[in-house]
Design a protein around this ligand. Sequence first.
Ligand code: G3P
Ligand code: CA
Length: 383
Amino acid sequence: MLRLSSVLTTAALVAAIAPSAITSASADHASSPTAASPTAAQPRRHAADPLVIAHRGASGYRPEHTLAAYELAARMGADFIEPDLVSTKDGVLVARHEPEISETTDVADRPEFASRRTTKSIDGRPVTGWFTSDFTLAELKSLRAKERLPELRQESTMWDGRFEVPTFDEVLELRERLTKELGREIGVYPETKHPTFFDEAGLDLEGKLAEAIRKHHLDRGNAPIFIQSFELSNLVELREELDVKAPLVFLVAGGAPYDLVAKGDSRTYRDLIQPASLVELSKTINGIGPEKSLVIPRKADGSLGAPTSLVSDAHAAGLDVHPWTFRAENVFLPVDHRSGAAASDFGRAIDEQVTFLEAGIDGLFTDQADVGVAARAEFLAGR
Ligand code: G3P
Ligand code: CA
């Protein structure tokens, strides 16, 4: 049995829970999101019922960002499947959480790629491993996905070595097939990962993304899609330069957006979620995706605390709120929501999610889509 005390120290767990954009910058309450913003607020995409967004697919049960993980999530009742997007060397968008792929593929066991191991700077920090930007799509397709958290999610390791790294196009084709088969719209919630890194590598994410969603008839304000990013400049580029009509969501964590850091703009995420800034942002974006403790922080003892004003501030600015990431295993839960001794045991995750839904969120990202669906049903029954 993997106990809570031991799993908390594993590097893999740290990698899994670490958001993609944690950088630091000094506080400065400037209000303009970017240099050139449109003047009218974007329409709010408020759904009738809160959305269940399958974080990296049903990543609590299958290796993340595989077609199998996305398909299982849709069959469990998720409204949206969430591919994180990075680029191959030959400019194809594929679904991985990071440019570096040794945590989620078998690349480190492939002797033919041993010489590709290298160190690159990602958002100002050195990262060593194998990077999608050094692999053609054909080379990447020869790899197989594996479970990121084998100690915690042992059952999912049964699927190691069985699935390819999917292209974004394949994810969109899967979405279309499942929408027809299940008789309900399966949405897609793509995230551009590390846009500044890929820009510096000469690999464009935004143009390819716009091209793909137009090819699949998703570039409409009411299409079943949200485009998300931890960086702000690329959301503005999508809206203003590429004239993307699809809803945009700005992800919020600790630190500061790396695109702003790289430009010497000292605004932090905390600055950007102040009420006046949210109103300014609403001219470009339709929602925010905050790390969940920004909605309901934990107390000093690790139990769940009381909601902040973020949901009401965002709603007042016309923005939806989709926090992340809800995970059912004890190790990820507030201490007062844990059950049993093992870190991998599922605790009272439904209760945690119902509490967040009662705080007014418009959707949630979860690794266990079935748990999210159960929590939403309980919330709606009690509303
Ligand atoms: O996109 C929402 C959430 O997924 C952000 O965290 O690092 O898992 O992509 P990350
Ligand atoms: Ca994501």
